[in-house]
Write a protein of this length. Structure first.
Lengths: 620, 383
């Protein structure tokens, strides 16, 4: 992933020990976020941020202007000059000027938009889908021989889409090439055009049956920027997404980024390749799972998309709900969740139409931020629904390999195997992580903890982490070059340990006993009580402090060891503390509107999430 | 590293917050490009009307697939042997393109082309044949009245015109042109069905703070080509277009007229400047386009009124951003819609009602009051 240019390579590969300043940025669809890191007492730390609107669009049409503005904000707040007189980066740091290293991620202008195709929808097309998503792409459509659409509809779809890239898979190695060629010929005949201009060849990655390579080459080489990699499903029992993912990243730099406005200049500034934002975010999520050695579920809740990441039993999967977001796509959340589901999280009396207008106005002015509590609460209600829907979508991607049956299986087993749904089990998720503007910039960490808990409803004992100021993509891309520096900042300044949620799974009636819980540190007993259904209780335990929790649930509640079985766990504190959530799973809200609002307020107050005195009057 | 005691000058602390353009006289340059290469029909300096055709081309027809191997029951690699038409041949609908015979000629099978077109490919890998439908002719209109400033060979033209130029915030449907008719008295007024008459056929109707659903229906009924208003209720828009809008990507709707909203959703007084400009050009011909794309290449709906009353001295300049004195409009509650000028741009973050620390701007409102709002919640008024 190092840039190939020798001079740059030498510069980029400077020893970390010689470096003092690192600058990283993320060119987002709305905002360009620059982060400055510095080595202090031999430890890499985050120093400060600069942010500015992204300038990929008219009238500016040059992302570098947004980067310069964000960097200028950093310069304003420090004594460090980073930009040279001609507007570029001063690299390396010398004589009190410049930084030693610069890297960036990007999702501006819609990120990397891909079309994937395979032979069988639930097999090769699904594997291609996972590979594209894992590479940080937004998948516009997945075409397959058996996707139920007649050929003319597939052709029409391919012709109308203007993707940045195509990933074509299909067939196992050595099998018949007929079906993969059918889909390849369909694509070739449709002659799709690249999104960023008709004047260059559309990149296409072929990751299908190796026997079809000569025919694919003959058919595609002339009209597409073709890259042939190892088969994504060499045999049905195996998924091999890595070669396709790497090819996607290479073509993203060579063919896509170089055509986006201003990127050729930005590519020169950066010491290593530009990475799609979700790829950076995904790397950061994987880093957490690797260090903490457990299953992790994470989310990047953005303005246009909701990216969900899972590392479950060491398998990494990313899903992107390209239509769910907090600004550009906010009305899609409305459309998919329905106004009733959004309204249920709003603790004040409001007219549905008024809330719809608030959301529509956010859609057309996506860069505005809530100044009033009412608007903040509306956005938080939408965030819960976006996360809920995003996880639902993720579960459809995070599934076992379909079609992978062994000869020893009986027919009955084969049938049940093909029907297996997601392997994501909330009881086995030990850490949930949130990033993205809304979660990272929530005025109070308890708000984002409650949003994630309400939306994802963790079960058993789950730690909650948060990206402090939105720098996970930055650290993800930095980890490609300097993993130790990235982890240092990640651990000390990026990951906010918000707390631990203790949530017995089950349902009861309000006030009924759920469990006996004892929380002890080495020195004292912090909590020893019978907890009842329908409440949230917060036990303060500071960040990085550890305690032992003994949870003895009643017979129809489960903490992971089975109904009524006692669980003992080491728990970690956080800025919010330990949250004992006895609202049951799934969380239910009263039907009566007044009662619903008062229940919400009770929960909010238990978490001290919003100002208690909020009258929730004023303008909406 | 030490934080600076004092921030840099306000000029350095500018922010890029592009606003909606409301200009009385500006040189508008419109690039008109064919979707694929073709023939340009005009030359530099030509005067164009709104509907002058400036370029034309033929878009390749739809490819259609015929599974010869499946129909004949033969192996895919043998398909070329059974073809009676070859690549490049023109075929009519129902014309035989492949045939086979077996059992000493007793069993014969024919493949009749389900489409008219040209045989584009015959594949021995997949066993399928692609028949390309005849090309579809496409003509490109000028859209605005003006002069050809530049010809882009084989692609299109750049048209220049001196015009009043107004951007809206969200629109529906694409390019149209007609005469402006201000249908209400003040920017606060609501455009209702009663204010519209059969005389409004072909007109662009200007409303004030809101357009009702009945008014849109009436406008359609009388044959008006456009409606421009400050606001619209979200549910009224859904009823008009027939679905819930999920993202603001519009322009392709076939709804009979072009709708442009200048301020936002709900009842919203049209900005005085927009209203007075439209009033000044009441009766003038204008080109309108509701196409909106807020993500990936911001496209806002527009009203272009070519005129020669006042000539712009130069092409429009790129906005340099906010500095003290810049006229701005607040676009977030609790001051939504208020107009003022930038009083100062504090460098340090400030806490707002939500409890967030954000970069703010102090705005001096028209009544002299100074309010603090997030920088993200103002837009520059580009006059």
């Amino acid at each position: 992933m190092w840039k190939t240019d020798e001079k740059t390579q030498a510069q980029a590969k400077r020893l970390e020990s010689e470096m003092e300043y690192i600058l990283a940025s993320d060119v987002g669809s709305t905002t360009t976020k620059a982060r400055l890191f510095r080595k202090i007492n031999n430890e890499w730390r985050y120093v400060l941020s600069g942010e500015a609107p992204t300038t990929v669009e008219a009238p500016y049409e040059n992302v570098c202007m947004g980067v310069q503005n964000a960097v200028r904000e950093i310069e304003e707040l420090t004594d460090l000059q980073i930009l040279s007189e001609n507007g570029g980066m001063i690299i390396p740091h010398s004589g009190g000027r410049g930084v030693d290293f610069y890297c960036t991620t990007s999702s501006a202008g819609g990120g990397l938009q891909m079309l994937v195709a395979g032979v069988i929808k639930s097999m090769t097309a699904e594997s291609a889908n996972r590979a594209a998503l894992g590479a940080g792409a937004i998948v516009m459509d997945a075409i397959a021989v058996d996707d139920g659409r007649p050929d003319y509809q597939k052709i029409e779809r391919i012709r109308n889409l203007r993707p940045d890239m195509i990933l074509l898979a299909g067939g196992t190695d050595g099998g018949t090439i007929q079906l993969v060629m059918q889909i390849a010929e369909l694509i070739a005949a449709s002659a799709p055009k690249a999104r960023l201009g008709a004047d260059y060849a559309l990149p296409l990655v072929y990751a299908g049956n190796k026997n079809a390579r000569p025919a694919i080459k003959k058919l595609m080489e002339k009209e597409f920027a073709l890259s042939i990699v190892e088969n994504i499903r060499p045999v049905l029992e195996m998924e091999n997404t890595e070669p396709a993912r790497m090819a996607i990243h290479e073509l993203f730099m060579e063919h896509v980024m170089s055509h986006a406005p201003g990127y050729s200049q930005l590519m020169k500034w950066a010491n290593i390749d530009i990475l799609p934002t979700p790829a950076g975010e995904g790397m950061a999520m994987q880093l957490i799972a690797k260090v903490e050695k457990c299953n992790v579920l994470g989310v990047g809740l953005g303005g246009a998309t909701t990216n969900v990441y899972s590392i479950f039993d060491e398998r990494f999967v990313r899903s992107v709900s390209a239509n769910l977001g907090m600004s550009y796509s906010i009305c899609n959340v409305l459309k998919e969740a329905g106004i009733k589901n959004i309204m249920r999280w709003i603790p004040f009396e409001a007219d549905e139409n008024q809330i719809i207008n608030v959301m529509r106005n956010k859609m057309i002015r996506p860069t505005t931020i809530p100044q009033t509590l009412r608007l903040l609460l509306v956005e938080h209600a939408v965030a819960r629904e976006s996360l809920r829907l995003g996880l639902g979508h993720h579960k459809t991607i995070a599934t076992r390999l379909k079609g992978a049956v062994t000869e020893h299986r009986m027919i009955g087993e084969m049938l049940s195997y093909s029907l297996l749904s997601t392997y994501i089990d909330m009881m086995k998720i030990k850490i949930i992580v949130g990033t993205g503007g809304l979660l990272s910039h929530a005025p109070n960490r308890a708000q984002s903890m409650l949003i994630m808990t309400d939306a994802w409803q963790p079960e058993g004992v789950t730690k909650v982490y948060q990206d402090s100021v939105f720098m996970m993509p930055h650290l993800g891309v930095l980890s490609m070059a300097y993993p130790d520096a990235a982890w240092s900042v990640f651990d000390k300044d990026c990951l906010v340990r918000v707390g631990t949620v203790i949530a017995p799974k089950g349902v009861a009636v309000q006030g009924e006993k759920v469990a006996d819980i004892v929380i002890k540190t080495q020195d004292s007993t912090l909590f020893e009580k019978e907890v009842v259904f329908g409440d949230i209780t917060v036990v303060p335990l500071p960040e990085r402090a550890k305690a032992t929790a003994t949870i003895n649930p009643v017979k129809h509640f489960d903490m992971g060891a089975g109904e009524g079985k006692t669980v003992e766990a080491t728990i970690e504190g956080g800025v919010v503390g330990v949250v004992i959530d006895t609202r049951g799973r799934p969380i239910g809200l009263p039907e009566d509107d007044k009662e619903r609002r008062s229940t919400l307020m009770r929960w909010f107050n238990s978490m001290s999430a919003y100002p208690k005195e909020m009258a929730l009057g004023g303008s909406g | 590293m030490v934080k600076k005691e004092k921030g840099k000058s306000a000029e350095e602390a500018y922010a890029y917050t592009p606003g909606m353009k409301v200009k009385r006289a500006v040189v508008v340059r419109k690039t008109r490009r064919l979707p694929i290469l073709g023939e340009v029909l005009v030359k530099k300096g030509d005067e164009l009307g709104f509907d002058t055709i400036v370029a034309k081309t033929d878009i390749p027809g739809e490819p259609n697939v015929v599974r010869i191997d499946e129909i004949l029951g033969v192996l895919s690699e043998d398909v070329p042997v059974y073809m009676v038409k070859k690549v490049g041949d023109k075929v009519e609908k129902d014309e035989i393109i492949a045939k086979s015979s077996s059992m000493f000629g007793l069993i014969k099978k024919n493949v009749a082309s389900p489409f008219a077109g040209i045989i584009e490919s015959v594949s021995d890998s997949s066993g399928q044949v692609v028949i390309r439908a005849p090309p579809i002719p496409v003509e490109l209109k000028a859209y605005v009245r003006g002069t050809v400033a530049e010809v882009i060979p084989k692609e299109g033209v750049i048209i220049e015109t001196n015009a009043a130029f107004i951007q809206g915030i969200c629109g529906i449907s694409g390019e149209r042109y007609g005469k402006i008719r201000v249908a209400i008295g003040t920017p606060e007024d609501v455009l209702t069905a009663e204010t519209i008459s059969p005389d409004d056929k072909g007109k662009i109707l200007i409303g004030g703070s809101l357009v009702t659903y009945d008014a849109i229906e009436k406008a359609l009924q009388v044959g008006a080509i456009g409606v421009v208003a400050g606001g619209i209720e979200g549910n009224c828009l859904s009823k008009f277009i027939g679905y819930e809008m999920g993202v603001a990507i519009t322009g392709e709707e076939e709804v009979g007229l072009t709708l442009i909203i200048t301020e936002g959703f709900g009842k919203m007084r049209m900005s005085s400047r927009t209203f007075s400009l439209l009033k000044e050009f009441d009766g003038h011909e204008a080109a309108i386009n509701g196409a909106t794309q807020i993500r990936a290449g911001v496209l806002r709906p527009e009203i272009i009124i070519p005129h020669k009353l006042v000539l712009s001295k130069s092409e429009e300049e790129l906005s340099r951003g906010m500095v003290p004195g810049t006229p701005v409009r607040i676009i977030g509650d609790p001051y939504f819609g208020k107009i003022g000028t930038v009083s100062s741009l504090p460098v340090q973050l400030k806490k707002v009602e939500t409890g967030s620390d954000v970069r703010v701007v102090d705005v001096k409102l028209e009544d002299g009051e100074i309010v603090t709002v997030p920088r993200a919640n103002v837009e520059i008024i580009e006059e």
